[in-house]
Design a protein around this ligand. Structure first.
Ligand code: COA
Length: 157
């Protein structure tokens, strides 16, 4: 099974991070990494992370390219997985699923996280299938139901 290593985005790897691209038809499903990093700069509740193959763990400088990017938010008892993208050329190799599992593992380590949640654009069938296969179910919360373009899910645990 594919495993990932998550690493902070720093001066050393941020250019690589902002150069990662999804397919054109997927661009409406996720904000650019530049935008996510800008949001994280002004919001201390956001945790942006670069995704690498697990083989990179233990190396000061990654010896393999970055494969994707993820970002979570911790607010009001909820660990919310806000962003997940795997660069076009690394998709369908198990990195997306492995990154979700690793982020979930991390979120479970925070005492203040009582609920793990995420969302995806209506019509993003790949994300929907992936999240539901990991145990996410519809999140029955009033404000989420009012969102027309986004489906909100929580981990049923
Ligand atoms: C969603 C995304 C992160 C998945 O990343 P990935 O590395 O390709 O995912 P994985 O290889 O781990 O595959 C996970 C599952 O999705 C399926 N899948 C992935 N891409 C697929 C595609 N284009 N078409 C059909 N199924 C696909 C895989 O077959 C796998 O299913 P399985 O577990 O039943 O075998 C990636 O497609 C992406 O970056 N999309 C654009 C951004 C986006 O939509 N992000 C989610 C925002 S909410």
């Amino acid at each position: 099974m594919v495993k990932v290593h998550l690493r902070n985005v720093t001066l050393d790897n941020f250019r690589e991070c902002i150069s990662l691209e999804v397919d054109k038809f997927q661009q409406e499903f996720v904000a650019s990494n530049v935008q996510s990093l800008a949001e994280a700069k002004v919001n201390p509740n956001l945790f942006p992370l670069a995704i690498y193959d697990a083989a990179v763990a233990g190396y000061e400088k990654p010896q393999l390219p970055m494969v994707g990017f993820t970002m979570y938010d911790i607010t009001d008892g909820v660990g919310f997985i806000m962003r997940l993208m795997v660069a076009r050329q690394y998709q369908q190799q198990g990195y997306g699923k492995a990154a979700m599992l690793e982020v979930i593992r991390r979120l479970k380590l925070y005492p203040e996280v009582e609920l793990i949640a995420t969302s995806h654009r209506r019509g993003n069938e790949v994300a929907s299938k992936l999240y539901r296969s990991l145990g996410f179910v519809d999140w029955d919360i009033a404000w989420a139901k009012e969102q027309e373009t986004e489906i909100f899910l929580k981990l049923d645990s």
